[in-house]
Design a protein around this ligand. Structure first.
Ligand code: PBG
Ligand code: ZN
Length: 326
């Protein structure tokens, strides 16, 4: 065969950076933050070494630190004092997330504040919406939950959020929320839909972090089956049609096929590297079985290769630290 095919030429050591097809970009990392209204100082999340639940008062310092590192965006999760079946504390003007938004905004005016819009941290039963008994079993009732989500989203926008992120997987939530935001005068607030969100066993450390475990059943009547790629695509497609500004695939690493397809819809896509993905890497690294830095950088690099624009990861701060060392 002549001329010989020589792909290895591209991999000569000093040429490698020239041919790198994707990069981790610090401005496109989003750091999740847990804020607990019951705390006066931060408390470690045991199943996620290095991750904390913060008190509201800790947030200025945290936001300034992240911003100085070049991490432009945070995603807020709140743990309220009071839970109820109607999740009223989720849309209170002085609720934990609403106060957190205001205090972060004051500390770092141009930071991008994203908020998770869901009910599971605020309901006594721990499900993501309003529960009733529509058929043979107790379940989250879709349309009854939409007004709740819209109320939460509007209250976050009112407090100053830039991007609201509905994560409840109710049909129509993007349409309903968009309409409510527009009507309330927040037409410049973006919607990042948790559009293709799977019912994953990888969320369990999060449930310790956010105190959002459920009291009965599971989430498979609203979140996607890990077996279903076509349905996952349709979920993102519908959310795009309903007016989402950004889409999401969650979890990230096990769902790269879905990520690559969702990317074809033409909207920016976020990949959420979830708590279980974080915990698995941390645990193996603590045992000395893997090289943490190498595995983390590989995991995020693969998300970019598959099409992620934004990456939500609990490793955000560590990754930026490694980038600065290089
Ligand atoms: C709330 C929500 C969850 C996560 C993000 N938002 C938990 C769930 O759906 O049960 C998981 C995030 C993670 O595991 O890091 N609906
Ligand atoms: Zn939820």
């Amino acid at each position: 065969m002549f001329p010989r095919t020589r792909l290895r030429r591209l991999r000569r050591r000093n040429l490698q950076p020239l041919f790198r097809e994707s990069r981790i970009v610090r401005e496109q990392l989003i750091a999740p933050l847990f804020v607990d209204e019951n705390l006066s100082e931060k408390k470690p999340v045991l199943s996620m070494p290095g991750v904390y639940r913060y008190a509201v008062g800790d947030l200025p310092e945290v936001a300034v630190r992240l911003h100085q590192l070049g991490i432009r965006s945070v995603l807020l999760f709140g743990i309220p004092k009071e839970k109820s079946s109607g999740a009223e504390s989720a849309y209170a003007d002085d609720g934990v997330v609403q106060r957190s938004i205001q205090i972060i905004r004051l500390a770092v005016p141009d930071i991008v504040i994203c908020t998770d819009v869901c009910a599971c941290e605020y309901t006594t039963h721990g499900h993501c919406g309003i529960v009733g008994e529509p058929s043979q079993e107790q379940d989250v009732i879709n349309d009854l939950s939409l007004d709740l989500m819209a109320a939460i989203a509007v209250s976050h926008a009112k407090a100053g959020a830039d991007i609201i992120a509905p994560s409840c997987m109710m049909d129509g939530v993007v349409f309903w929320t968009r309409a409510a935001l527009d009507e309330a005068g927040y037409d410049d607030v973006l919607i990042l839909s948790y559009s293709s969100k799977f019912a994953s066993a990888l969320y369990s450390p999060f449930r310790e972090a956010a105190d959002s475990g459920y009291q009965f059943g599971d989430r498979t009547t609203y979140q996607l089956s890990s077996a279903n790629a076509q349905e996952a695509f349709r979920e993102s497609q519908f959310d795009a049609e309903e007016g989402a500004d950004l889409l999401m695939v969650k979890p990230a690493g096990l769902y790269l096929d879905v990520l690559a397809k969702v990317k074809m819809l033409g909207l920016p896509v976020a990949a959420y590297q979830v708590s279980g993905e974080y915990a698995m890497i941390k645990a193996a690294a603590e045992k000395g079985w893997i090289d943490e830095r190498a595995v983390v950088l590989e995991s995020l690099s693969c998300l970019r290769r598959a099409g992620a624009d934004l990456i939500i990861t609990y490793f955000a701060e560590q990754v930026v630290g490694w980038m600065d060392e290089e």
